[in-house]
Design a protein around this ligand. Structure first.
Ligand SMILES: Cc1ncc(COP(=O)(O)O)c(C=O)c1O
Length: 438
């Protein structure tokens, strides 16, 4: 499960980015999100290499919903990727980091007028228009001379094998213009009737944590077919096709994944073959990986607290190991039974022989890992959960009024705080007490 800089050091501790995790926990406290900069950057480069050797005009945008803060924006900017944002908050963060606006793509199935104004003011490169209300709002906001580059989001009617909560491209979806109902065709005509709008092409996203390449093949082929059908009906020639998120990632030691080269070959090869069959010039291709760039570059460090044995109805016992975080810093196990792997970071060289259930500290049965083998654990040990770089910090909450964890960026033996730990004062600072309750 180790990322490229993770290893066990001479003291038998897990090390990441050249730093002992025990020292990281001592310096920054726990729970602590740790982001391995070298690993993150190398994944950005691998993606670009995999696609650009096959097709130089592939645009890669990091889906910032996976993890966003100022430091992440800078890394993505330096690596030459675009940035995909899906809310005013994500866009604001990008602007605060001075991310080049023309490399930003704005998403969202219910963008508010305020968010659209913000996007126009900042001058984002592309807005992915999701529905007719948004289209009308945008048209009302644009001045007669103003020009805007857009993609139309399509519901491609593809249902991949992943958890229903992270499926997005099926027919019965809140996202995008349906093809079957004729909505997409109507949207294309409306856009083409407005000279201020430059229709660059079509966008879709079928879901996340997809590891079977047949779904990427199906998506690419379907999008090419949709573009060809639109061409046949309207004469419009698609310049770009955006096929949404990237490949799934490894959460458990036994997980196997297709490599990035094969993934890129599948997508580019399918596009090439379908365009030839459809007698269509090959459009530029865009992809928006989030999880696969950052998930495996992140770990979370927790301090082990209470350990208890609970008798099981059929005999035997289960050992619960509680940590100082849980549902509030990683809601994924609770939301969609996401699986994770862990080790004891301060006993990383000891054999993992004892079975534990890793429990959070919240007032729900917030199991982080149903069962994992660890060396014999004691209160005060340090637990490292792997592959927490994506959709953990970005989905965190203050449930039970827990302050959100800090995040440290590690590289070449240096650790920098990139997100400060929330304080209890900050957790309560938005509360207001009306006069009548004083
Ligand atoms: C529109 C869009 N693009 C990209 C992504 C990123 O997907 P992934 O993290 O699986 O790469 C998402 C995730 O939900 C998304 O909704």
């Amino acid at each position: 499960m180790f990322s490229i800089t993770q290893q066990i050091n001479d003291q038998g501790h897990l090390q990441i980015g050249g730093i002992d995790t025990v020292a990281l926990a001592a310096e920054f406290g726990t729970p602590l999100y740790v982001l391995d900069e070298e690993d993150f950057r190398s994944r950005c480069r691998e993606y670009q290499r995999a696609f650009h050797t096959l097709k130089p005009d592939v645009g890669i945008s990091y889906a910032s919903k996976a993890l966003l803060n100022l430091a992440v924006c800078r890394i993505i900017e330096q690596e030459g990727l675009g940035l995909d944002v899906a809310s005013g908050g994500e866009l604001f963060t990008a602007a605060q980091a001075a991310f080049p606006a023309n490399r930003i793509t704005m998403h969202g199935n219910n963008k508010s007028e305020e968010e659209l104004c913000q996007a126009l003011t900042i001058g984002v490169g592309t807005i992915v228009v999701d529905n007719f209300l948004e289209l009308e709002t945008l048209q009302s906001l644009l001045s007669p001379q103003q020009e805007l580059r857009i993609l139309l989001r399509v519901a491609p009617s593809i249902d991949p094998e992943t958890h229903p909560y992270i499926r997005t491209g099926q027919t019965d979806t809140k996202f995008g213009f349906a093809v079957l109902t004729g909505d997409l065709l109507r949207a294309v005509s409306r856009v083409r009737d407005d000279s201020r709008l430059e229709l660059a092409g079509f966008h879709c996203h079928i879901g996340s944590q997809i590891t079977d390449l047949k779904f990427f093949e199906e998506t690419t082929a379907t999008m090419a077919q949709i573009a060809a059908d639109i061409r046949d009906e309207t004469g419009y020639a698609t310049a770009e096709l955006n096929i949404g998120g990237g490949l799934g990632v490894r959460y458990l030691p036994g997980d196997s994944l297709p490599d990035l080269k094969t993934y890129a070959q599948t997508i580019v090869g399918t596009l090439r073959a379908r365009c030839a069959e459809l007698n269509m010039p090959e459009p530029a291709l865009l992809i928006e990986p989030g999880r696969s760039l950052v998930a495996e570059a992140g770990i979370t460090l927790y301090r082990v607290g209470a350990i208890k044995q609970a008798p099981l109805p059929k005999g035997g016992a289960r050992t619960y190991l509680s940590v100082d975080g849980g549902l509030s810093d990683n809601p994924r196990p609770q939301m969609y039974q996401a699986r994770y792997h862990a080790i004891l970071a301060n006993k990383a060289d000891q054999p993992a022989q004892f079975s534990y259930r890793i429990a959070g500290k919240h007032c729900e049965t917030d199991t982080l890992i149903p069962e994992v083998l660890l060396p014999e654990a004691a209160p005060g040990d340090l637990l490292a959960i792997f592959s927490t770089g994506a959709y953990n910090a970005s989905m965190s909450s203050n449930y039970n009024r827990l302050p959100r964890p800090a995040m440290a960026l590690v590289r070449d033996g240096q650790a920098d705080l990139i997100v400060q730990r929330e304080t209890l004062t900050e957790v309560t600072q938005m509360d207001r007490l009306p006069e009548r309750l004083r």
